[in-house]
Design a protein around this ligand. Structure first.
Ligand code: SAH
Ligand code: SF4
Length: 410
């Protein structure tokens, strides 16, 4: 697969400082605050919030003048104080199979801020379109194989900035009513939406931005707006154990765990957070994850590092460790980055590892030549986001692995 750059990164322009704030990404309460700010009486606000909600999230309008159910006076008052702007897309890459990557520059938070940049990836599959979103700029954790962990600038993304990633994707894909679709866009074969699933597997540790992620999921899953069901949203964590229960209770999404090692000694090195929350505690939180069942399995991510965690014994221990937990296993070929000390496991090693996992009854993703092509296309946008290509490839492979498992089970 080849990725072609449609729009080169824009030259670093001076950020436009505007006193008007965008309403896109706000919760209902946040929209209520906006209305209060411009003097809309309290008894009217609920109804007005409903109208704004519908126009912003269902129709995706970019201009208050399009909100025909709202009187001209209120539209003008809104326009004076607020906008419906989306953050700027500074680069877009499109692959031949429809995978798209956007580099998104968030609005500056202050006069010295040029606006943080994050990456967001859209992966079309046969029966779904998955959007991989970020929850933080950078990450405070320092997993040794992850480039994001080496980034200096770290801050939580706001609820608005998280929701904006989906809004940008739908906007770019023409995935709002009455919008034209971009040339060569992937067309869902069931008449469904382009983006049908969301994974929090971009930059950052979502459970360290609990409130922002929770509010964003509330907005995204609201069925009068963006309407993406909670079962179609997966939050990936490196293992922030105390927040796993609350994640299930308050967000009710699918859970993914970045496991990567079966022994504490090694996991302490790869995922230093393990020193605080060791494997046994992490797996206990998984066993008791609210709503976990065979129909709602936990995904365990396992990055394949040559000579580090990829032996047959590791594979057997992995299967043993997960016994009794409704689980899916995702093997992620390591995506190298400049300066890393790790290498990706050889292909036959990954195959052997996945075979052991597969024989134990788990669908284990198998890399395809197409995947190799994508790996070759890594690093075209920003090096710290290279790993997303690995994620993208694996997700593309997931269906094939599931299909293979189904065939084998027959
Ligand atoms: N912080 C969260 C979510 C973002 S990371 C977490 O760690 O789960 C998303 C996934 O990409 C994680 O499983 C992470 O371990 C994996 N990853 C990070 N760097 C990688 C790399 N260089 N190659 C392959 N996968 C990587
Ligand atoms: Fe942070 Fe996840 Fe990277 Fe670890 S793997 S440094 S938790 S983004």
């Amino acid at each position: 697969m080849t990725l072609s750059v449609l729009e080169p990164a824009a030259p670093a322009a001076e950020p436009v400082v505007t006193s008007r704030v965008s309403l896109v990404g706000r919760t209902r309460a946040g929209l209520g605050d906006a209305l209060a700010e411009i003097g809309v009486p309290e008894k009217e606000r609920r109804m007005r919030v409903g109208q704004l909600w519908n126009w912003i999230y269902h129709y995706g309008v970019r201009d208050f003048s399009a909100m025909t159910t709202i009187g001209k006076g209120l539209r003008a008052a809104l326009d004076e104080r607020f906008t419906l702007d989306l953050p700027e897309v500074t680069a877009e890459q499109v692959s031949t199979d429809g995978t798209r990557k956007w580099l998104i520059r968030m609005a500056p938070t202050g006069p010295r801020d040029r606006g943080a940049e994050i990456e967001c990836v859209y992966i079309p599959e046969v029966d779904r379109g998955t959007l991989c979103v970020s929850s933080q700029v950078g990450c405070t954790l320092t997993c040794t194989f992850c480039h994001t962990g080496t980034q200096r600038l770290v801050r939580n993304l706001t609820c608005e900035e998280i929701v904006a990633q989906l809004m940008v994707a739908r906007d770019r894909l023409g995935d709002f009513p009455n919008r034209s679709k971009p040339d060569g866009a992937f067309v869902p074969n069931d008449g469904g939406r382009f983006v049908s699933n969301i994974v929090f597997m971009g930059m950052g540790e979502p459970l360290y931005n609990f409130d922002g992620v929770r509010d964003a999921i509330d907005v995204i899953s609201d069925n009068e707006g963006l309407s993406l069901g909670r079962r179609r949203i997966t939050v990936s964590t490196s293992g922030v154990v105390p927040q796993i229960g609350p994640l299930g209770h308050e967000m009710g999404t699918m859970l993914a765990i970045s496991l990567h090692a079966v022994r504490d000694e090694l996991r302490n090195e790869l995922v230093p957070l393990n020193k605080k929350y060791p494997i046994a505690e992490l797996l206990e939180a998984c066993r008791t994850y609210p709503g976990v069942s065979n129909a709602k399995r936990i995904t365990f991510e396992y990055v394949m590092l040559k000579g580090v965690n990829d032996s047959d014994a590791d594979a057997r221990d992995l299967v043993r460790l997960l016994k009794g937990i409704p689980a899916k296993i995702n093997l992620i070929p390591f995506n190298p980055w400049p300066g890393t000390k790790y290498e990706c496991s050889d292909w036959d090693r990954i195959e052997r590892f996945s075979e052991i996992v597969f024989r134990a009854g788990y669908a284990s993703p198998v890399r395809t030549p197409r995947g190799r092509d994508i790996l070759a296309a890594c690093g075209q946008l920003k090096s710290e986001t290279e790993k997303l290509s690995a994620r993208a490839r694996l997700m593309l492979d997931q269906d094939e692995a599931a299909a293979a498992a189904a065939v084998a089970a027959e």
